[in-house]
Design a protein around this ligand. Sequence first.
Ligand SMILES: [Zn+2]
Length: 292
Amino acid sequence: MLPVQTPSLNSTPETLERPACPLCDSEERRESIFEFPPYAVARCKSCGLWYLCPRLTESLMHASYEDDHYFEGGEGGYSSYQAQETTLRPTFRRFLREIARRGMTGGKLLEVGCAYGFFLEEAKDYFSHRTGTDYSSGALEKAHGRADRLILGGTEQIPLGETFDCVACVHVIEHIYDPVAFLRSLTKHLRPGGWLLLATPDMGGFWRPLMRRRWPFFKIPEHVTYFDQKTLGALLTRAGLDAVQPLPYSSAFSLELIGEKLGRQLPGAWRDQPIRSDHWRDRCSRSRRGSR
Ligand SMILES: [Zn+2]
């Protein structure tokens, strides 16, 4: 068995916590289904959500997101976010075409957790205004010029009362410690009838049971929740959104990432080759803020 990389982020017994289910607050769970010592993935016996328990305390995890090394070679985070540009951009272009076909584009877009701004830049022709937020000032420097406005921090930095026609969270919700409260705060910035888009790795997808603990989205300790279609829908409903519908969202992956997971170095020419397969499908849902 090859070792699976588990960044410690200097965990000690004092920096670990054992949360209740982040979706339904139940304390009843099947413990340690997948172990990544000192962390483990548990499953709620009440709602079926998979979540990290024990997990790192939120303040320590946050400090890592604000660190400029998070995106390029830090402990945890991405070995290189920049290197994924060649696979992220085609994924985003395909997704934007998909939502345009459904009449969900136009007006003002907010992207929460925009990283280097690849999605915001690709969205230029689809929205009249694009705002992005991120906790990393280094990431926002890279995103400079790729959006109409960039805000350092989280949703609390968006002026009260400002609303958007579309709010997108791509691979963000799995990092959030209290996803219900997070979505409720986002909903305040969604105009009545506007769309919220959530894309997250699909715990109910094709590869996850085959790859078991080598599944690439067990990014420990950053990914604290793991949704499937049922739990993602339950989350959106619990946050007060309605008209929850699944959306197709197929990711392109580089062979290098897969090589990394298998602990193999691939020949240089192969590394950046994107693989596109409908099997690598994330779970994405759209839901609407009621007009009440
Ligand atoms: Zn639960």
